[in-house]
Ligand binder design. Structure first.
Ligand code: CA
Length: 428
């Protein structure tokens, strides 16, 4: 009995010493963190001011902080809120694991742009002619402009890929500036094509492949080789916060959104998700909305109903958030795709999508991660022809011009993306 008591005491002793954790603390406007005793707490071992334009956000790493210290912080009138840092991940569903060389890739493989019913690579359902985004119909009116800047917030982008290179954004001050110097004074050194928040440096090279794949769907060059993006002309800003292992944290997601706002992008493309509701992330996306920026998000690949669930960031109820589900070549919902009659705004191709991956290669991937950039590209075409739309007006037009199909109507507020109808505002 005595031994058992000793054992219980030990177990209790362990559980009261809180485990190390990372917090996001938002202070009220004008509060100086240095004036707060919390930040001098010996259990607080790393405080980073995120220095964002839309509030005072701090990332705090704690080592065994007591519940009382945490409660005192939450109750402090100078604190707006405290939340645990979250982990976000890419969510590709599957891959055919085929890396095709550039010579083997053809426009005819891109069923999402033009579904002939005979495109290669339908591996579950047969394709059906016309179940696509009607890209060729849209291109009669516009195929984009380099005035549209799109942030790919992901695992980075291979900015040297021969099918992407000319559509990458270039920070002129940095490319003409000095190495190791923040030439444009935006707070980031040597950010020529974007920034890497996962590794805190100016090189957002993609070591995973996911971000490069998304970038190709949006804006691969319309040249004689490889694939074509939804847009032939665009400027892609590579913002990496997901590591080469495919995951990233709250503070870097927030910093990525701030970077994109400062870079003056028109659209942010987000093929990632995870975690619970985060007020800090919601505040960041709201700030993007206030800056007139559309925020496209993958609905998720859990086969679940987002009306009942909580797939973030797709589920934030903000004017600029567009939640995208995935459609197969048959025109039906991809089996893996999340859906939601009230919460998923549109469906786009996401099964067996061929696109760019690092080192001048191409690969087929499936997921709402692939569907979201089709919508991003189509919104880029829309803004190329109607640049003055607000994010909310653009989303309403996206929903109103979607093709309502019997297969999709129970899964989304609208139907299937049709880029030509979107540009021309063709409604039923
Ligand atoms: Ca800079």
């Amino acid at each position: 009995m005595k031994n058992l008591l000793v054992a219980m005491t030990l177990i209790t002793g362990v559980s009261t010493a809180a485990a190390p954790q990372k917090l996001i603390v938002k202070l009220k406007e004008g509060v100086n963190a240095k004036s707060m005793s919390f930040f001098q707490n010996k259990s607080v071992n790393n405080v980073r001011d995120l220095k964002v334009s839309f509030g005072s956000f701090y990332s705090v790493t704690t080592d065994g902080l007591s519940q009382k210290s945490l409660s005192d912080l939450e109750a402090d009138p100078r604190v707006e809120y405290v939340e645990k840092s979250q982990t976000y991940t890419i969510s590709p569903l599957s891959s055919t694991d085929v890396e095709e060389t550039i010579q083997d890739v053809k426009f005819e493989d891109q069923w999402g742009l033009k579904n002939t019913g005979k495109n290669s690579g339908f591996w579950i359902f047969r394709g059906k002619e016309g179940q696509d985004i009607n890209a060729e119909g849209a291109w009669k009116f516009t195929s984009g402009t380099e005035d549209i800047k799109i942030a790919v917030i992901d695992t980075g982008v291979d900015y040297n890929h021969e099918d992407l290179k000319e559509n990458m954004w270039i920070n002129e001050a940095e490319v003409n500036g000095e190495e190791g110097v923040d030439d444009d004074g935006n707070g980031y050194v040597d950010d020529v094509h974007g920034y890497d928040f996962a590794n805190k440096d100016g090189d957002p090279m993609d070591g995973q492949g996911h971000g490069t794949h998304c970038a190709g769907v949006i804006g691969a060059l319309h040249n004689s080789s490889g694939i074509r993006g939804v847009m032939s002309d665009v400027k892609l800003v590579a913002i990496k916060f997901l590591s080469d292992a495919g995951s990233g944290e709250s503070e870097d997601a927030i910093a990525s959104i701030e970077y994109a706002i400062k870079a003056g992008v028109n659209i942010m493309s987000n093929s990632w998700g995870g975690g619970n509701f985060s007020q800090a992330l919601k505040d960041s996306i709201q700030a993007a909305n206030d800056a007139g920026i559309i925020f496209v998000a993958a609905a998720g690949n859990a086969r679940s109903n987002n009306d009942k669930g909580s797939s973030y960031p797709a589920n934030y109820k903000l004017d600029n958030v567009i939640s995208v589900g995935s459609m197969a070549g048959s025109g039906k919902k991809s089996s893996f795709s999340n859906h939601g009659k009230k919460s998923v705004h549109i469906f786009a191709p996401g099964s067996g999508i061929i696109s760019t991956v690092p080192k001048n290669k191409y690969k087929k991937l499936s997921g709402t991660s692939m569907a979201a950039p089709f919508v991003t590209g189509a919104m880029g075409l829309l803004l190329s022809s109607s640049p003055d739309l607000t994010p909310l007006e653009a989303r309403e037009r996206l929903e109103a011009t979607a093709v309502r199909t019997k297969h999709l109507k129970k899964y989304t507020t609208s139907g299937r993306l049709d880029a030509a109808r979107l540009i021309n505002d063709e409604r039923d």
